[in-house]
Design a protein around this ligand. Structure first.
Ligand code: FES
Length: 333
């Protein structure tokens, strides 16, 4: 039986069907609450349930005390909820596109950059930091962030980490110019807070570079001059697979600082970077993050460690924005 979900303190409500989770029900109704993985891993969708009954899996590490993960919980009655944030969206903006492979380049041992082109005359609309889903032959989907900025709207650039035995990794190896893929976008609400000029700390691991590249390329185009520090975590020098973009930001952004956090000691020294993990690079570089905003993209473990380091350095609780990459099939609304 469908239930009515009301957002506390507003006159907004939406319907949650049987078997639907609260986050997806909101998205379908054009109400977007914070989310990233939609798989119960990142904790971004956590909110309070003020009245009514919900069915949720047992609380795990991602669940803050007293809160519920809306991507994992179903309603058992009408509810009054208090998400961390919400805004109205137009659900019809999420569209399927048939795109052509333009270029498929292996840029590191375990990373490919895939350039896709839309059919002539078609354009995509998305915000810097959002992601798309690629349809696979078995009906499952994989999620990848757009690395190109939104103004490059006739193309899509994806940075894809190779996963051993991964279904899309195997398909990727065969993809050649002219091949067709089905993609749906835009998804996600990771993106730059446009209401502030606070210094930005971007912390990325591996292909977590992609959404931040979109953010920074857009800032240059829009001439937005915020102080930016980018910490890019990688195994070795070769894993920093798109250094020309970093060099471009150094030249075009007056207050841009780059820190490579590299596991390989010799490579860290060679590039003048930090030897170690991104969270330790945060602790090493910043005495305080008071007044900063942090934009963090990568694996769940990396994001959790980075968040802890940022809060140790005094970052305000609501100034940490993350996009968590979970390998394997994407959750489909
Ligand atoms: S835990 Fe719900 S969106 Fe990640």
């Amino acid at each position: 039986m469908p239930h009515l979900i009301r957002i506390s303190g507003t006159d907004l409500s939406f319907c949650c069907e049987d078997g639907q989770n609260i986050l997806d029900a909101g998205l379908k109704a054009g109400i977007q609450m914070p989310y990233s993985c939609r798989q119960g891993v990142c904790g971004n969708c956590a909110g309070a349930v003020l009245s009514g009954e919900v069915a949720c899996p047992p609380a795990g590490d991602a669940t803050p005390p007293g809160k519920y993960l809306f991507c994992q919980c179903r309603s058992l009655s009408d509810l009054e909820i208090a998400p961390e944030a919400w805004h109205r969206i137009d659900p019809s903006t999420c569209q399927l596109y048939s795109v052509k492979v333009y270029r498929n380049t292996v840029v590191a041992d375990d990373v490919s950059v895939l350039q896709l082109r839309l059919p002539a005359g078609q354009r995509v609309r998305f915000k810097a930091g959002q992601y798309l889903q690629v349809g696979l032959p078995d009906g499952s989907r994989r999620s990848y962030s757009m690395a190109n900025p939104p103004f490059e709207s006739d193309t899509l650039q994806l940075h894809i980490r190779h996963v051993v035995g991964g279904q899309f990794t195997q398909i990727l190896r065969q993809l050649k110019p002219g091949d067709l893929l089905q993609v749906e976008l835009p998804y996600g609400n990771f993106g730059r807070n446009e209401d502030t000029e606070a210094p930005m700390l971007c912390i990325v691991g591996g292909t977590g570079f992609a959404p931040v590249k979109s953010l920074l390329d857009e800032m240059i185009k829009k001439r937005i001059e915020r102080q930016v520090t980018l910490i890019w975590g990688a195994r070795n020098l070769a894993s920093l697979y798109l250094m020309p973009a970093v060099e471009r930001w150094k030249q075009r952004m007056p207050e841009f600082t780059f820190i490579a956090a590299v596991e390989d000691a010799a490579d860290a020294e060679a590039i003048g970077g930090f030897h170690g993990r991104v969270d330790d690079a945060v602790r090493n570089h910043f005495a305080t993050l008071n007044g900063h905003e942090v934009y963090c993209c990568g694996s769940p473990q990396m994001v959790t460690a980075a968040k802890k380091a940022c809060h140790e350095r005094g970052l305000a609780p609501n100034h940490f924005f993350s996009d968590v990459f979970v390998p394997g099939p994407a959750a489909v609304i």
